[in-house]
Design a protein around this ligand. Structure first.
Ligand SMILES: Cc1cc2ncn([C@H]3O[C@H](COP(=O)(O)O)[C@@H](O)[C@H]3O)c2cc1C
Ligand SMILES: O=C(O)c1cccnc1
Length: 360
């Protein structure tokens, strides 16, 4: 794969500040349209956010790509999931064949799906799966670190390079997704470390878990944090010790899109945890992030609050694969239909009004 970024420092250095002139132009255009000021809420904010990150108020989202990073997690050995790790490869194959759940949504939303092996256990060849495998699954975080720091950095850079390649191929926006049995455990551990939460506040049932399984999962997260002692001030340390290759890769996707001045949709908790790592590594990386939905997992809302982002959808979704991110695309299309086609106050012979001038 073409290397666009070869070190974490060069990647972080490549991330520009947002273009506030473009954001102001987009917001001014929303305000000129004949509708109550700010009445499309987060949709207006998001279109302005896209203008700020691209530097262009003429926002277009014709070409969309969903990157689904697939990886396995050693912590599955602790009985923290309903299914075993073999399901990661089964779903990765379905993603590559256009048959997994998100593929059906992506077709409807005119979004290309790119599944990527970031660190799956050995599996049968899967035609169409992009190979970026850093190592075949992580180690069990309750026994030691998930991976080494260099491996974590390699995954972050691979994610950033995937984003850069999508940008080069003409993508206007990226959606983030993942597939990796056990990754709601690693995500909860990363969320606890970054947000200072106790496992009870972050750990949920993931893809489905009994009460006994949920108790095991909380214990596993508690033990992983106590043993590895990740440094909350060092997101790469947290990712390497209690994260996963999918989360590290997604962190890189968020940094890479920011460096390429491209907007990017956050999906559920796994994606949001990666987004928070990226924002902690480089605050300007937050500027192009759009929150699609609030995951039903316990730390879903807290992660978005920490990112200071408003979600477009609150539907109790908890699927992964990038399903929430893809679900937001048609909403952005609706917003753009108004943004580009809506009549201005002037065109309708009305006087524009400003927030300062309340009219009766
Ligand atoms: C058939 C199947 C399809 C999925 N598609 C996404 N996930 C979701 O569930 C996994 C996380 O949940 P946990 O931490 O409980 O393993 C991730 O792979 C996520 O994408 C799936 C899970 C399953 C079982
Ligand atoms: O929030 C998510 O993305 C999620 C939740 C449960 C299972 N898989 C993904």
């Amino acid at each position: 794969m073409t290397m666009y970024f070869s070190s974490i420092s060069s990647l972080l250095d490549a991330i520009p500040a947002p273009d506030e002139t473009a954001r102001a132009a987009a917001l001014a255009h929303w305000d000129a349209l004949a509708k109550p000021l700010g009445s499309l809420g987060t949709l207006e904010e998001d279109i302005a956010r896209i203008a700020a990150v691209t530097g262009d108020p003429d926002v277009r989202l014709q070409s969309r790509t969903l990157l689904v990073l697939c990886a396995d997690n050693g912590v599955v050995a602790r009985g923290v999931t309903q299914t075993d790790s073999s399901v990661t490869a089964v779903v990765a194959k379905a993603l590559a064949e256009g048959n997994s759940t998100v593929c059906h949504m992506a077709r409807q939303a005119s979004c290309r799906v790119v599944p990527v092996d970031m660190g799956m256990l050995p599996h049968e060849p899967i035609p169409g799966l992009v190979h970026c495998c850093v190592r075949p699954g992580t180690d069990d975080i309750t026994k030691g670190p998930a991976m080494t720091r260099p491996q974590c950095e390699q995954a972050v850079l691979a994610g950033a390079n995937l984003a850069a390649r999508a940008a080069e191929q003409g993508a206007d926006i990226l959606a983030t997704g993942e597939m990796g049995i056990g990754n709601t455990t690693t995500s909860a551990a990363v969320a606890c470390a970054l947000l200072g939460l106790v496992p009870e506040e972050a750990v949920g049932r993931g893809a489905g878990l009994s009460d006994a399984g949920l108790a095991r999962k909380r214990t596993a997260v508690k033990e992983a944090l106590a043993l590895n002692r990740p440094d909350p001030a060092d997101p790469l340390d947290v990712l390497a010790k209690v994260g996963g290759l999918d989360i590290a890769g997604l962190c890189g996707v968020f940094l890479g899109t920011a460096a390429c001045r491209m907007p990017v949709l956050i999906d559920g908790v796994i994606s949001a945890v990666a987004a928070l790592c990226a924002a902690r590594l480089c605050p300007n990386a937050r500027e192009g992030m759009l929150a699609s939905h609030v995951s039903a997992e316990p730390c879903g809302r807290r992660l978005l609050e920490a990112l200071k982002l408003h979600p477009l959808i609150c539907a109790g979704m908890r699927l992964g694969e990038g399903s929430g991110a893809v679900a937001a695309l048609p909403l952005l299309d609706l917003a753009l239909a108004v943004y580009h086609g809506g009549r201005t106050f002037g065109a309708l012979g009305m006087e524009a009004y400003t927030p300062q001038e309340d009219k009766p």
